[in-house]
Ligand binder design. Structure first.
Ligand code: GTP
Ligand code: MG
Length: 457
């Protein structure tokens, strides 16, 4: 019999309410030991999924006897009981909604820890049990942890869709299609003389080609989705003293970077996180780009270039409109948007002709002029480039690696001279699906489906 686990499931104390969750075979009994004496025990079998208000008592050390009559009240709480298997973990689950003070939480946790076979849960153990009991697959477990970590609207949408089974369904569909392909191949190998559909092999080749195409698309979109999960990287780069750090501070709303009139102030890469229209953005301030004999500043310049090269969007900053006529002082990547920012527009305004290009902005970190337009432009780029990524299911590198291995296996199967060998390649692809979802039950599924094709036998 497995242990019963418990943990504080809500945020840290102090808070209005703290939710302590228990899961396992002794969850109900442990609850009963806190709320009632043995003779009353029947009274405390809470109605499933209904909230009850109960006093929690410091339990009798003998446990079996329940709280000692008149013993100390630990808290006045709401209790909920979710009998397995229709619970989050698939086991009996109890929730105690206590007062959210540190001492209350500690006292209740300590009382629960004394119950036989009850112990504090390890990190992720509730979800692990839900996975083990078939209540969620690996993609849903991963998405649940993303949902809990989500800070912005786009992160929430992406994670919620996958946590509620969108990834599970898509991988299941791909698995079902692979199983059908394999079943047809095996039927053709085992019963060549039977009357199989004449165009079966063509149909199979088409089915394989569409899977490869769908995976390629998902790998591409899934790679973009990492910008949603990890944040879109926006790098502020340009010559020294043009106002890069001032811009960062203004957008962050705090003095994150040192600003001075001395050229070469910034050395390290300074990052702030912003939420722009629901997209998480990591904005990086960098050292001004120039040749310098100073070794420390030189290292700063090297880091600035590296930051520019790995950015998703570059803000190329200058306080002189002529500078933009020259090639940008970093390896310009045609594939990413580069916005040109003319700073200090409170002192001199940007020439109106220069501003005709929608990728150019005249800004001032002193008056704030132009910043709203700049932020809107960054948000639009995020929505355009990354909005479609929320349709992907291969949102983790782990998924994309497995999908591309599966894709390679399908390519190989198309090239096989012998049917039996191409079946082996399809099995490899199926194993990769199983790796992604954590469910490798290819043979069982195959048995069921294969019967359909067992023509006349
Ligand atoms: N009037 C005005 N002055 C600005 C503006 N932005 C920056 N400055 C001034 O320009 C000088 C340099 O600003 P910083 O933000 O430190 O420039 P930087 O590009 O980070 O400089 P380095 O870190 O040395 O590369 C400071 O004296 C700022 O006060 C602006 O929009 N208007
Ligand atoms: Mg600076």
């Amino acid at each position: 019999m497995s242990d019963t686990i418990f943990a504080l499931s809500s945020g840290p104390a102090p808070a209005g309410i703290a939710v302590i969750r228990l899961s396992g075979p002794n969850a109900l009994a442990a609850l009963q030991s806190l709320v009632t004496s043995p003779s009353d025990r029947a009274k405390c079998t809470p109605r499933p999924r209904h909230a009850h208000r109960r006093k929690l008592y410091r339990p009798n050390p003998e446990f079996i006897a329940g709280p000692i009559p008149g013993s100390e009240v630990l808290d006045d709480a709401l209790i909920l009981f979710f009998p397995g298997p229709a619970s989050f973990t698939g086991e009996d689950v109890v929730e105690l909604h206590c007062h959210g003070g540190a001492a209350t939480i500690a006292a209740v946790l300590q009382a629960l820890g004394q119950y036989p076979d009850c112990r504090l849960a390890e990190a992720g153990e509730f979800s692990r049990r839900a996975f083990a009991n078939g209540n969620m697959d690996l993609t849903e477990a991963e998405a649940l942890s993303d949902l809990i970590a989500a800070e912005t609207e786009a992160q929430r949408r992406l994670a919620l869709r996958l946590a509620t089974g969108a990834g599970h369904d898509r991988y299941q569909d791909w698995t079902d299609r692979l199983v059908r392909i394999l079943a047809l191949i095996e039927a053709a190998v085992d019963f060549p003389e039977d009357d199989l559909p004449p165009d079966m092999l063509d149909q199979n080749a088409n089915a394989i080609a569409s899977l490869i195409a769908e995976w390629e698309q998902d790998i591409r979109l899934g790679a973009l989705s990492s910008a949603i999960r990890d944040g879109v990287r926006v790098a502020i780069v340009g010559s020294p003293n043009v106002g890069k750090s001032s811009l960062l501070n203004k957008l962050a709303g705090r003095d994150a970077a040192i600003v001075s009139e001395i050229a070469g102030t910034t050395r390290d890469v300074i990052e702030v996180r912003l939420d722009l229209g629901g997209y998480a953005v990591t904005l990086s301030d960098t050292a001004g780009l120039r040749d310098t004999p100073d070794a420390v500043e030189g290292e700063g310049v090297r880091r600035a270039r590296a930051t520019a090269e790995s950015a998703d969007i570059i803000l190329w900053v200058s306080d002189d409109p002529m500078v933009f006529d020259m090639p940008a002082p970093f390896g310009v990547l045609d594939t990413i948007p580069v916005f040109q920012l003319l700073t200090k527009c409170d002192l001199v305004s940007a020439p109106s002709q220069w501003l005709d290009d929608p990728n150019r902005f005249g800004i001032s970190s002193v008056t704030g002029v132009g910043l709203q337009d700049l932020l809107s432009a960054i948000t639009s780029v995020c929505a355009e480039r990354y909005g479609q990524a929320t349709a992907a299911v291969a949102v983790r590198a782990r998924h994309r690696e497995a999908l591309s291995r599966a894709s390679e296996a399908l390519e190989a199967s198309l090239a096989q001279p012998e049917l039996a060998l191409s079946g082996e390649d399809i099995r490899v692809a199926l194993m990769e699906m199983g790796r992604i979802t954590g469910r490798v039950d290819v043979e069982t599924v195959l048995d069921v489906v294969f019967q359909e094709f067992c023509i006349g036998k």
